[in-house]
Design a protein around this ligand. Structure first.
Ligand SMILES: C[S@@+](CC[C@H](N)C(=O)[O-])C[C@H]1O[C@@H](n2cnc3c(N)ncnc32)[C@H](O)[C@@H]1O
Length: 369
């Protein structure tokens, strides 16, 4: 995820949207930088991570397949996928963020539609459209560059802005609202569990002490408070270990994950994607930190590895439990991609494919209760 003011690329993006079928199967990330229309009038750009790799991982594409991009962002993956899908196929994208939804409105392809909701509402949203099965699901987790780089969104500890951090600004509590009412214990747990911050206790204490004087309403105030707290408590070893990281990194990550219910959505989205996938359908997930990746890895493993019954039990081999998914080797961005886009450095892509169910298992599922 890298930002640059790449306005010279805009014209090529328009072309991609209007004539998808004429595009090649492999496009470099730079040619797909989509335009950002921010409320503030600034231009922010999201550089898609593992663009060709993630779209290729969804292959082979079914002629009349239905595909889901659960995290539209600025549509890098969606646009490339549309360029490769057959005329009979469909792509349904989701995003929580209204600016992403506005960006998706630039796509005038009849095969494409966008839903303003979490991918954790995938089942309900698809059922409402009469869709009970899909052929591929892509989740490119976390936040987009425009969200981080637009200071008015309140995600960044580098630029000053209102302490919001919501992907979906139409619902839920902002970070400032939550910090004003949460208990010290709750703040500490969030910072420790979602930020893996050693000094969560001290930071939570500093936050509750400060809010007694005045509410913490800006990103700069929170970042300064965390930096001052860590200055007091971190020893030289800790400082050296974190020398290339802003002291507020872990705390901001933690609050953002909590406010947006990112891990709950991920668990629910994975399970719904699995239930909706047709035989041979692919699930492709790109994660950006270890908490997300652990959930993805464990989920996929739970569908790929089956517990075998006691060997002494008289069970015919065809009745033995079968794995429900096949796993592919995890993939990280190349050195070249990371050099061009340093925000890609922590990305891990995992891919799993739904295996066809045995006839016996299908009969059990369809048996009248
Ligand atoms: C890393 S960006 C995706 C970038 C996108 N693949 C592209 O190429 O432009 C993540 C996007 O997913 C959205 N998002 C994150 N979690 C979500 C969720 N649970 N449901 C829907 N959208 C989500 C964010 O608002 C953000 O726009």
């Amino acid at each position: 995820m890298t930002t640059s003011s790449a306005s010279h690329l805009h014209s090529s993006i328009g072309a991609i949207v209007s004539v998808p079928s004429s595009f090649p199967n492999s496009i470099s990330a730079a040619t797909l930088l989509p335009r950002e229309d921010s409320a503030s009038g600034h231009q922010f750009v999201h550089q898609t991570v593992l663009l060709n790799e993630a779209v290729t991982a969804l292959h082979p594409l079914k002629k009349d397949g239905i595909y889901i991009d659960g995290t539209f962002g600025r549509g890098g993956h969606s646009r490339l996928l549309l360029a490769q899908l057959a005329p009979e196929a469909r792509l349904i994208a989701f995003d929580k963020d209204l600016q992403a939804i506005a960006n998706a409105a630039q796509i005038t392809d009849a095969r494409f539609s966008i839903v303003h909701n979490s991918f954790a509402a995938m089942r309900t949203e698809l059922m409402a459209r009469g869709i009970h099965q899909v052929d591929g699901v892509l989740l490119d987790l976390g936040i987009s560059s425009p969200q981080v780089d637009d200071a008015t969104r309140g995600f960044s500890f580098r630029a000053d802005g209102p302490l919001d951090m919501r992907m979906d600004t139409t619902r839920g509590m902002s970070a400032a609202e939550w910090l004003a009412i949460a208990t010290e214990k709750n703040i500490e747990e969030v910072i420790r569990n979602y930020g893996e911050e050693r000094f969560a206790f001290q930071i939570a204490k500093a936050i509750t002490a400060r809010r007694q004087v005045a509410p913490i309403s800006s990103t700069r105030e929170l970042a300064g408070l965390v930096a001052n707290t860590l200055k007091k408590y971190r020893g030289p070893r800790q400082k050296r270990k974190d020398s290339n990281k802003d002291p507020a990194t872990r705390t901001f990550q933690a609050i953002r994950i909590f406010i947006n219910e990112e891990l709950e959505d991920l668990k629910s989205g994975l399970s719904q994607a699995f239930d909706l996938l047709s035989s041979d359908g692919k699930l492709v997930v790109i994660s950006f930190h270890s908490l997300e990746d652990r959930i993805v890895k464990q989920f996929m493993a739970s569908k790929a590895v089956v517990e075998q019954p006691d060997r002494r039990m008289p069970i015919r081999s065809k009745d033995l439990p079968q794995p429900q998914m096949k796993l592919f080797r995890k993939l990280m961005p190349s050195e070249v991609e990371v050099a061009v886009n340093p925000r890609a450095r922590s990305a891990i892509m995992r891919v799993a494919q739904r295996l066809p169910m045995s006839l016996d298992a299908l009969q059990v599922l369809n048996a009248p209760s």
